[in-house]
Design a protein. Sequence first.
Length: 327
Amino acid sequence: MSLERILEGSKKSRIKLIAAVLVLLIVVVTFSVIRGRKGKDESFPAPGHPIRLVIPFEKGGKTDIMFRRLADNMKANGTNVEVLNIPGDGGVAGIEYVLSEKADGYTLLASTAATITATLSGKTEGYKKLVTVAGLNEDPFMLVAKKNRFRNFEDFLEHSRTNEINIVTAGNGTLGHKIAENLLQKLAPSSKCRILETNGGTSEMDAVISGAADLGVITQFEAISNPNVEPLAILTEGHSQAPLFRNIPTIREEGFPLDILGSAFCSVMVRSDVNPNTLVALESIVEAAYYSEDFQRFQDNYALIKLFLPLNHGSELLEEFIKNYSD
């Protein structure tokens, strides 16, 4: 055999070897990427092991109604879900319960702005130890009175200059309470207003309707649900999208722009140390319920600002809300 043929054969062998090594490297890298990628845990939830959705407020309030509707659609899709109401201290009791449970993904929090405001006030570790499974929607706040109590915002303002006005909230630590505090700072010193606290939206609404309080700071959802209350001003920059409230002026238009975000962000949260693959499974469950025809129609009926956000995007928006609620 000639030297030329030997060299040619050696060259072909080296090319084959290099090609084989490259193929092996591609297989190894691909396998590593697949193993490292977060995937859905197909074994979650286990048969017969219910997921508990903790609502940190009383039964019958806005948060309870909305999240029970979401839970109903989770059940309709085959997920075993139990709703557990744990009210107390402006949502803190329910938040603390979720934080105290195992990080196995079976205990979820029906999270509202209270999760943020209670954490900011130092009452709980709250969002610092939780992660957003999915963002759901925004709900603007409104300043309301009992039907026929005041003709409009100007009428309330005139009364507040000579009469003591009680403004009720769902409790210290809630966003409604922070908004009321901010509003009172704007109204002072020409108005005689003070804040009354209750233990949730249901008690707050009862106080307004019964006349025990002159005004309430409630969400648009709650205002639509209660024909016995009348909005005087919407506490956000934009007007309401609900046909019933489109002509209600904003608080800025009334001359009292707030230094705090006036809408509540609702989401489903869970302990942040839950297995990433379990988080993906939970996100899938919530997403299917969210996009059900029934829950979409429910949100439309209450003019909720639809804002479904998956895991990472929900956490990013949460940071934005934290910043705005801190102002």
